[in-house]
Design a protein around this ligand. Structure first.
Ligand SMILES: *Cc1c(COP(=O)(O)O)cnc(C)c1O
Length: 360
């Protein structure tokens, strides 16, 4: 085994996903599983499939290609607004895509016609988070109605919104009701029901848990919450006890242990990532140097050691420094330290081919 090792408990992922699907069902929601956060690793996707997901989404068409190859009949959904340059491959690999530009939808229509297909489009409304979507409600409704009328090989599949990504705006009953109200206006204008009114991602799940999801929202795009409890934000501590942060554990090896001062010695400038820092002088303390770093996991603050006596102090590209003074364990050179991951560390470590994956 080459360290660091990312240990993935697929049985737990299946349990989390079953929990998410069940809580969504109570609010009349059939979710799509978002697979980008774990680089669409086959074993994890299998667990989501076994839990009952039959629709899979990613921002990257390479991930959707894997889904088409592995489960031919499952639905694929492109999450990121399509690049005009990828229209042909997107139509080939995605059954559905999220969109905000009529010009791009025109290109998808042409590509779908060339491929002899109908491509489904979900029009995105920007409810204030200021990433993708049409901001003005009237322009949004007009654009959706144009999609219905204008493009022969495009089906207006529904409408959606994305929150808590750029602007930190929380999905609420209020802002999602606005999406549902826009959907109702569009339905009246086109004379039929939309298939999908997509009310966001894992951060919207708490509304389903609390039973306050606005009527009319019938779809969510759930990534993180299938994989880790910390991604199902704002749920009460005693809700969904089936969810935990135990499914993804990174094991990193100790390459040096020593007692060292806690305040650096010498004239202080910048660290390897050009940051200035403040240090508290806590005297000499026992520490471990671990063979893992930003190259593997991004920002080390997305790691939490399972041993509460281990405190992470900092990292460079390939090293992580941990204070082990308060641990009850006697760590030695060569020991492996397990750490739970939050989203960013999962994103980096699953995508890094140099990190060995161990499935349990
Ligand atoms: C990544 C993404 C999701 C899934 O987000 P999670 O927080 O992981 O559930 C949903 N929708 C869009 C548009 C995304 O880009």
């Amino acid at each position: 085994m080459n360290y660091p090792v990312l240990e993935i408990n697929t049985g737990l992922v299946r349990q989390f996903a079953e929990t998410v699907i069940a809580v969504c069902a109570k609010s009349g929601i059939v979710p799509t599983a978002v697979i980008k956060g774990y680089n669409a690793l086959d074993e994890v996707t299998d667990a989501l499939y076994d839990a009952g997901y039959r629709s899979f989404a990613s921002s990257r068409t390479a991930h959707l290609k894997k889904i088409k190859a592995r489960y031919g009949h499952a639905e694929t959904m492109a999450l990121r607004i399509p690049m005009p340059s990828e229209a042909a491959s997107l139509v080939e690999l995605a059954d559905v895509s999220l969109n905000s530009e009529l010009e791009t939808i025109g290109l998808l229509d042409e590509a779908a016609r060339a491929a002899g297909k109908t491509h489904k489009v979900i029009m995105m409304r920007d409810l204030g988070d200021l990433r993708e979507g049409i901001f003005d409600p009237d322009s949004f409704i007009d654009a959706a109605c144009t999609v219905e009328i204008e493009y022969e090989n495009i089906r207006l599949h529904g409408v959606g919104a994305n929150l808590s990504c750029y602007g930190t705006v929380v999905p609420t009953a209020e802002n999602l009701s606005e999406l549902a109200a826009n959907a109702a206006v569009i339905e009246k204008s086109i004379g039929r029901k939309l298939d999908v009114v997509s009310g966001g991602a894992s951060t919207s799940l708490y509304l389903a848990v609390g039973g306050t999801m606005p009527r009319g929202i019938n779809h969510l795009r759930v990534g993180g919450a299938n994989l880790m409890r910390s991604e199902a934000r704002d749920i009460p501590d005693d809700a969904l006890p089936e969810l935990s942060d135990d499914a993804f554990i990174l094991w990193a090896e100790i390459i040096e242990t020593a007692q060292k001062p806690t305040h650096p010695i010498g004239k202080l400038g910048k660290d390897c990532f050009l940051r200035t820092k403040e240090f508290e002088d806590r005297g000499a303390r026992r520490r471990a140097l671990l063979a893992v770093g930003a190259f593997d996991i991004g920002d080390y603050s997305a790691l939490s050691p399972l041993d509460p006596g281990v405190k992470l102090l900092g990292s460079s590209s390939d090293h992580l420094i941990a204070d082990i003074e308060d641990s009850g364990r006697e760590y030695r050179l060569g020991d492996k330290i397990p750490m739970a991951l939050r989203y960013q560390a999962m994103l980096y470590s699953t995508a890094n081919a140099q990190i060995e994956k161990r499935y349990v």
